[in-house]
Ligand binder design. Structure first.
Ligand code: ZN
Length: 417
């Protein structure tokens, strides 16, 4: 599996100047290739593909010798990025007619450079990027000590003004997972994460909600921004730009706070369980394009599921790296089915926080869902020993749960009480 490590670097003034020069060559190559694609599109010429543009590079270098100063692979990756942007545009436009095609890169913005397979040298505490610009400035950057596996790619980019980073993509071989008969099932939610393990013990983690703090502030700035006139086709005013920059900064802070939290929580959860198998519900994340016509609450709620999917992703890769197996289970009706008797309660809404069933069971909604996810996984995979152990342990906690799926009539919970 591949892991990407984001590392902040601090180039000297000379190094920064070299990076900008290299970036500028890539930027112009990108713009030239985009222009070629646009011309081809306008005249109906076929065949201006990534392969063609890559094959044209050696010829292009003859008339544009500056290109030779950049690592050949980096140039190829710049063309590949354009190709990917173009493709995703043609995919998105199918669902959202407001999608903008890839645009030309302005000289103000640093063009990300991807050193793929070659063009970099890695040590435990430094990374060197190759280039052939005159002046003899080496692009060597100190990094926190780390033993890298097989490194596939090193990307250099800016994130925020004058903040430089490397993204190091590393191939990692995770340990072979072992089924130790211990399971942990997760119900992932926007409000909290709830887990249950084979012993019938529950864990709950309340999510932090940076959106509660930030959304109000963001809305205020946005409304201030929207009061500034912006005429179509004309440059926005300075005030408009300033408010817009503030708004973006706040959105970024909000998103980073949640991301950090998710990283910490998923790490802790994986470290603190003995279970060899982690079970999570598969989230019904639909691909929804972000469009200008979408209402704000809708955009925010789809963001919510996006964050949840990201959390599931963190949990999954951290578990796999720790030598655990991760199973995804269809989670339809897991929150509307009583885990004791199996009765489905379609009348339940998202607001009902408690599962209250005719069989007498009264149970926290998310705990109920976590138990159902566990039961479903164990029965679908015919892990009957695990199933018996789990239901047995749950009964010890006082839960009147059936021991065999589909045999609720014989289960103790049928006696009422
Ligand atoms: Zn019931």
């Amino acid at each position: 599996m591949q892991l990407t490590r984001k590392i902040r670097i601090y180039p000297t003034e000379e190094q920064a100047a070299v990076l900008w020069d290299l970036s500028d060559i890539n930027r112009r190559l990108y713009n030239r290739a985009l222009n070629e694609r646009r011309d081809a599109y306008a005249t109906g010429t076929k065949g201006v593909t990534y392969i063609k543009q890559q094959n044209d590079l050696p010829e292009l270098k003859k008339e544009w010798p500056e290109l030779k100063k950049v690592n050949a692979k980096v140039l190829q990756m710049t063309l590949k990025t354009l190709d990917a942007n173009d493709r995703s545009f043609f995919e998105l436009i199918k669902v959202d007619p407001d999608t903008k095609p890839p645009g030309f890169k302005g000289r103000k913005y640093f063009t990300t450079m991807k050193h793929n397979q070659s063009g970099f040298k890695i040590d435990t505490d430094s990374i060197k990027l190759s280039h052939k610009l005159p002046g003899g400035v080496d692009l060597i950057f100190a990094i926190p000590e780390h033993e890298f596996g097989v490194v596939k790619q090193v990307e250099v980019f800016q994130d925020g003004k004058e903040k430089w980073y490397l993204a190091v993509v590393e191939e990692v071989v995770p340990p072979t997972p072992v089924d130790n008969g211990q399971y942990q099932a997760w119900d992932l939610g926007v409000i909290k994460q709830t887990a249950v393990n084979s012993q019938g013990k529950f864990i709950e983690v309340q999510n932090i909600r940076p959106d509660r703090y930030w959304n109000k502030k963001i809305d205020t700035v946005q409304s201030k921004r929207d009061h500034c006139k912006k005429i179509k086709g004309k440059q926005p005013s300075r005030r408009w730009k300033r408010y817009n920059a503030v708004k973006r900064k706040m959105e970024k802070k909000k998103s980073n706070q949640l991301k950090d939290f998710q990283h910490k929580v998923s790490k802790k959860l994986v470290e603190n369980t003995k279970a060899g198998t982690i079970i999570i519900g598969d989230l019904p994340v639909k691909k929804m394009p972000r469009s200008k016509t979408a209402t704000k609450p809708m955009n925010r709620s789809t963001q919510g599921t996006g964050y949840l999917a990201r959390f599931a992703g963190f949990l999954t890769y951290k578990a796999i790296l720790a030598g655990k197996q991760v199973i995804e289970i269809g989670e339809e009706y897991t929150s509307k089915t009583c885990c004791c008797c199996g009765k489905i309660h379609p009348e339940m809404t998202v607001k009902d926080r408690v599962m209250q069933c005719d069989c007498g069971s009264v149970f926290d909604r998310d705990r109920n869902a976590a138990v159902n996810i566990m039961l479903r996984c164990l029965s679908q995979n015919a892990l009957w020993t695990g199933y018996q152990e789990f239901t047995g342990n749950l009964r010890h906690t006082g839960l009147k749960i059936a021991s065999i799926p589909g045999h609720s009539q014989e289960a103790p919970c049928a006696s009422g009480g």
